[in-house]
Design a protein around this ligand. Structure first.
Ligand SMILES: [Zn+2]
Length: 238
């Protein structure tokens, strides 16, 4: 970055005219070779307000996909679980062999771990495993809740971590549910399970399908919307 200017100048053979490229990290003035540098500074000066506004916009957008999960797993970090954030307390006093993670809604998470194992990566793994176990249990509960109404029972259920889908239902009625949904408010995860169960009857997103979803969950639109708004931050994973 230039000390005098908060943008960089780049000459490109492919550039047909002077243009601005704004990303969260940098602002570039791109120009065809041979354009005098002063002309580029004048151009940037003229577009100052536009640059500032655009930078703000792209930075906000980048902020929006900040993962819900903590960057580092350490004492005091906040862990997303069922739509809330809970602090992680690490206790190293107890030298039991196996690390042990417990949860209660008042205190949050408590991890008993040997001092020598207290690395962010190790803790991350323990938390992730625990979360996927919880996701499997919750999914089972939601199936018990929604399947009986129209006998929409899946053949098999798998909890996976997927980067682009919340769930799926195969032609053989095997369900995949994204375990990352355990981060979301319970109703959101319930909606995804109900949605996939409804695919047992309708292998499409026809009006009849959505009608069936609504019969299970009249306010499902709210949870679909939540996923559209926050989904990227959940997809970032634990
Ligand atoms: Zn679907």
């Amino acid at each position: 970055m230039n000390a005098q200017h908060d943008y960089q100048i780049r000459y490109s053979q492919r550039a047909k005219r002077i243009r601005l490229v704004v990303s969260a990290e940098k602002v570039e003035v791109v120009a065809p070779p041979g354009v005098p540098e002063q002309q580029l500074h004048d151009f940037a000066a003229k577009k100052k307000d536009w640059i500032r506004a655009t930078l703000k916009k792209v930075r906000q957008k980048k902020q929006a996909v900040k993962p819900l999960a903590p960057e580092r797993y350490e004492d005091g970090c906040l862990i997303p679980f069922k739509g809330e954030f809970y602090p992680l307390h690490i206790q190293t006093g107890d030298q039991r062999r196996q690390a042990d993670l417990t949860f209660n809604p008042e205190q949050g998470f408590t991890l008993n771990i040997q001092a020598k194992d207290q690395h962010s990566d190790t803790i991350h793994l323990i938390v992730r495993q625990w979360m996927f176990q919880q996701a499997a249990e919750e999914t089972g509960r939601y199936i018990q809740q929604y399947a009986p109404k129209y006998q929409l029972w899946p053949q098999q259920v798998r909890i996976k971590q997927q980067k682009s889908r919340w769930g799926s239902c195969s032609v053989k009625n095997n369900l995949n549910i994204n375990g990352l949904l355990i981060m979301t408010p319970p109703q959101v995860m319930a909606y995804v399970v109900a949605h996939e169960l409804c695919h047992i009857r309708h292998k499409n997103h026809s009006p009849a399908f959505w009608q069936l979803v609504a019969e299970h969950m009249p306010d499902y639109q709210e949870y679909r919307h939540w996923l559209k708004q926050n989904g990227q931050r959940v997809m970032c994973g634990f």
